[in-house]
Design a protein around this ligand. Structure first.
Ligand code: COA
Length: 181
């Protein structure tokens, strides 16, 4: 497997990147159409950067990075690994590539949002406003292996939540990690 610039890849690889946004997500849900996914790939390549994990001409996964706060913060978005290649360290390698590149571009903070639009965690379907810190403190997976567990494994911590970001009772979970060495 090699990790390389997605933007420099031929159309056949970029097409796989687009399809993966539609087919590679379950909980949270993916992009609803190839058109929306195509726009997303183009947006990430135009505004930031993206890396592909490749095995010959097969795309195993990809990750994007987008600047925020004049480039002091870089958002990890999106990240997806082929379902049949998960739990083999590809996601971890892609995140490491994202972090290296974002740090080179001046990041002080790496950040991301991981939606709970499918009832995967303790903060879905509840009134978060009654005690936001308590809900963050008590955040746990409900048995679906929500990706916040993956990011936590990689050193990211929950820095906030956005109630109803994906509809009533469907929040987004904000996680960050310091880029300062
Ligand atoms: C989340 C995702 C990118 C992880 O990729 P991956 O290649 O399977 O992850 P890795 O094999 O590099 O895992 C790194 C570590 O995290 C753990 N991990 C990975 N996914 C996990 C999950 N869903 N729940 C708990 N732990 C997880 C692994 O066991 C491994 O642990 P280790 O430190 O003991 O080795 C992948 O499951 C995916 O593409 N999911 C669908 C898309 C998605 O949800 N993207 C994120 C949206 S914000």
């Amino acid at each position: 497997m090699k990790i390389t610039d997605l933007g420099a890849q031929p159309g056949v690889i970029r097409k796989q990147a687009t399809e993966m946004l539609v087919k590679g997500f379950d909980r949270p849900r993916g992009w609803s159409s190839l058109e929306a996914a195509t726009r997303e790939v183009e947006h990430v390549l135009r505004q930031g950067f993206a890396f592909a994990a490749l095995e010959d001409s097969l795309l195993l996964g990809w990750i994007g990075g987008l600047p925020q706060y004049d480039g002091r913060v870089w958002e990890l978005h999106p990240l997806v690994v082929r379902p049949d290649r998960r739990l083999r360290g590809i996601g971890r390698s892609l995140v490491a590539a994202f972090e290296r590149e974002a740090r080179c571009r001046g990041a002080l903070t790496f950040t991301l949002g991981t939606d709970d639009d499918s009832g995967g965690t303790s903060i879905s379907g509840v009134d978060l406003y009654d005690d936001v810190p308590r809900h963050i403190e008590g955040l746990h997976d409900l048995g679906y292996k929500h990706p916040f567990l993956f990011y936590r494994r990689l050193g990211y911590v929950v820095t906030g939540i956005m109630p109803d970001a994906n509809g009533p009772g469907k929040p987004d979970i904000y996680m960050s990690r310091s880029a300062r060495l």
